[in-house]
Design a protein around this ligand. Structure first.
Ligand code: ADP
Ligand code: ZN
Ligand code: MG
Length: 495
């Protein structure tokens, strides 16, 4: 039996954060009283006419460009017919063969298309308490009905559950940074369906796929796909065939239940929407969309890895947090500015590597903020301006103070602000060592105070050095450089 390879394609619905709905002037809202944002158009009264939301078109163009999609010069709307209580027109206005955004790519994954459509209303199934005349009932909240959506469809290019979840995270981050959606999975402003099949590794032909609907977190998306792949591998491994169906994954039980089979599949009878003209973006609209694109996460990550040699995890962290990353860049720039203004003799701040600056920002600073019960966001309200952190990093890099002392200074900076150099002086944190003999004397005293440890070190037990280093650090209150202390101990023991 050859190994069975996973084949996965995603369909992602993004609710656009426009002010109003896709085809009427009703406000978008989340969490308001039911059925307060409705009008004859989104309730499908007879004779009403839809008018497309220009802001939604602009947002769709931004998404399409961020995903490298070809933009259609004239895309058209279709009616997708289905009867369901959450859909009062009995059809959804969507796009079919000519979507606004065609083929594109994000990372290594090809985008098939991204089209505009309207969301359905929200159905709330009420249990025992909501029974009407003895039967279970469903309630419909039309506030959501008609919300603008962009549906993004990928080619079946993903090869595993973890890869799919990882890529979906990148997509979410990309759309989030465009500022066109809240992309909140729990609230449903980002919804992901996964199409899953298996095939013998090395073959090209696609196997029969199943579709997992509406996973509401990336973790569940991954677990749902994993469970489905395992189920399909078992079936195919036992000589059976996978049935085409739509499935629901229950993250609590891990169960997959069938929502509908191929026989029950909808026939949507698409036909062109006669009440709407084609969407033909002007040159000005295209240019505005292009110019509004920020540096996107994938680009930023690549730049940090190649130009600044940050490790991939760190580069990704910054790519996913534009504000933190701007703070990092300002701090990094400040380390360079310092080294240009100070005279050469006392300045080797240029030797601070980007990676080290990155650690100060995403490691030490964030940890210190948390320890001070501040949120990670507090770097935006800068008690520690980038220049101060840069100056602090420089003091540690030039060994003017130890790293431990640097953390102490940072705590003070976070609590009360100030100038790092002044804090170092005020707190007496200047690093000991060098030629003044003070550190050497403390080391000598520590060796004398622990003859047993000294004897063990002499007889080759390297670990015993820790006891003496610890004693020196206590005596110097962490102001000594660990490397220097080690060196002095070995020197004094004649090793
Ligand atoms: P449908 O007609 O069922 O909607 P599409 O061809 O439109 O299917 O594809 C919908 C999604 O399913 C796309 O993301 C696509 O990449 C993915 N897909 C299609 N065929 C397969 C397959 N055999 N295995 C996994 N994913 C698939
Ligand atoms: Zn309306
Ligand atoms: Mg399809």
């Amino acid at each position: 039996m050859p190994e069975l390879e996973a084949v996965i394609g995603l369909e992602i619905h993004v609710q656009l954060a426009t002010r109003t709905k896709m085809f009427c002037g009703c406000a978008l809202s989340f969490g308001d009283e039911p059925n307060v944002h409705t009008c004859p158009i989104c309730l499908a009264h007879p004779g009403v006419l839809p008018v497309p939301n220009e802001e939604a078109v602009r947002f769709a163009l931004k998404i399409g460009m961020a995903l490298g999609c070809e933009i259609a010069p004239r895309s058209i709307f279709h009616r997708k017919n289905y009867f369901y209580p959450d859909n009062p027109k009995a059809y959804q206005i969507s796009q079919y063969d000519i979507p606004i955004c065609g083929a594109g790519k994000l990372g290594e994954i090809r985008i098939t298309r991204a089209h505009l459509e309207e969301d359905a209303a929200k159905t709330i199934h009420v249990g025992e308490s909501g029974r009407i005349h003895g039967s279970a009932a469903s309630l419909v909240d039309f506030n959501r009905g008609g919300t603008p959506l962009v549906e993004i469809v990928t080619e079946p290019d993903l090869r595993g559950a973890a890869e799919a979840a990882e890529w979906a995270r990148l997509l979410r981050e990309t759309v989030r940074q465009l500022g066109v959606s809240d992309v909140n999975m729990e609230e449903g402003s980002l919804r992901v369906d996964a199409n899953v099949s298996v095939r013998p590794a090395g073959t090209e032909e696609l196997g029969t796929k199943t579709e997992l609907k509406n996973m509401n977190s990336f973790r569940f998306l991954q677990r749902g796909i994993e469970a489905e792949l395992e189920r399909q591998r078992e079936i195919v491994g036992a000589g059976g065939t996978v049935e085409q169906e739509t499935l629901h994954f229950d993250p609590a039980s891990g169960d997959l239940t069938s929502l509908r089979s191929k026989e029950e599949a909808h026939d949507y009878r698409y036909f062109p929407e006669p009440d709407l003209v084609a969407i033909a973006p002007t040159e000005a609209m295209l240019a505005a969309a292009r110019e509004s694109l920020p540096e996107l996460p994938a680009e930023r990550q690549a730049r940090y890895e190649t130009e600044l040699r940050l490790d991939p995890e760190q580069a990704k962290r910054f790519a996913g947090d534009p504000a933190l990353s701007e703070y990092f860049e300002a701090t990094f720039a400040a380390t360079r500015a310092d080294s240009e203004t100070e005279d050469d003799s006392q300045s080797d701040t240029a030797a601070i590597e980007p990676r080290v600056v990155a650690n100060w920002v995403s490691g030490d600073l964030i940890a210190t903020l948390r320890a001070a019960d501040k949120t990670d966001e507090d770097f935006r309200d800068p008690t520690v301006p980038p220049a101060a952190l840069a100056a602090l990093a420089a003091q540690v890099a030039t060994k003017a103070i130890s790293h431990g002392s640097g953390r102490k200074v940072l705590t003070i900076l976070v609590e009360e602000g100030g100038d790092p150099k002044a804090i170092v002086e005020r707190e007496g944190l200047a690093q000991m060592g060098g030629d003044d003999g003070e550190l050497a004397a403390i080391v000598a005293a520590a060796i004398e105070g622990d003859p047993a440890a000294a004897e063990q070190i002499r007889s080759g037990n390297g670990k015993a050095i820790g006891a003496i280093v610890g004693a020196v650090m206590r005596e110097t209150k962490g102001r000594a450089d660990g490397g220097e202390v080690n060196r002095l101990i070995r020197q004094q023991l004649g090793l």
